[in-house]
Design a protein around this ligand. Structure first.
Ligand SMILES: CC(C)(COP(=O)(O)OP(=O)(O)OC[C@H]1O[C@@H](n2cnc3c(N)ncnc32)[C@H](O)[C@@H]1OP(=O)(O)O)[C@@H](O)C(=O)NCCC(=O)NCCS
Length: 163
């Protein structure tokens, strides 16, 4: 029966759309499932209302379903900083973050952004793989950036030029 139904109604791929201030709760939930220190719903409301912030979210079922991942960056002159990328645990490893990063970079390029920066914790292998596949290279390190019970971890500063 399930096979018949899924052939009749194949699962539609997620769609990547702009995030709106009304998506703040959904983004906070995805963030909380992805990081030790989640950002609150009011923090996301502020970010999504900020005109220098570009936020795109992946919505299941071709855009009609729930938000399963997002990417968010802040613009300043011709530079952008990716503040966060996250995908809910159940949807990881299927190329969703790669798709979000690719679409986000083309969006930023269309807005005239020339350089994109981000910080990632050393040892975050999925994220490092994601960014190196997207053309980012390491340009610096911030030692002791992420506090840890067993010794602080460094942040790697990555950069990718657009255009
Ligand atoms: C990092 C994250 C966004 C990746 O999302 P995703 O949808 O699973 O990523 P993709 O499926 O597009 O995979 C991207 C690359 O990472 C690799 N990867 C995914 N999970 C991995 C893992 N657990 N270990 C090693 N590599 C992994 C993939 O193989 C892929 O590389 P490939 O193209 O060479 O095969 C997701 O793991 C996440 O939300 N993590 C918690 C939040 C976080 O750390 N965000 C980034 C820091 S801001």
């Amino acid at each position: 029966m399930m096979g018949f139904l899924s052939r009749l109604f194949p699962k539609r791929a997620p769609a990547v759309l702009d995030a709106r201030p009304t998506d703040a709760a959904a983004l906070a939930a995805v963030h909380a499932a992805s990081f030790r220190h989640g950002w609150s719903e009011p923090e996301f409301e502020r970010l999504l209302a900020d005109r220098s912030v570009i936020a795109q979210a992946a919505r299941a079922e071709g855009g009609r379903g729930r938000i399963t991942g997002f990417i968010l960056s802040r613009l300043a002159a011709d530079e952008a900083e990716i503040l966060t990328v996250a995908v809910v645990p159940a949807e990881r490893g299927r190329g969703l973050a790669s798709d979000l990063v690719r679409r986000h970079l083309s969006r930023l390029a269309a807005l005239g952004v020339a350089r994109v920066f981000l910080e990632v914790e050393e040892g975050n292998r999925p994220a490092l793989r994601l960014y190196s596949r997207a053309g980012f290279g390491e340009v610096g390190q911030r030692k002791g950036y992420y506090p840890r019970a067993a010794g602080a971890a460094a942040a790697l500063v990555l950069r990718r030029d657009l255009g």
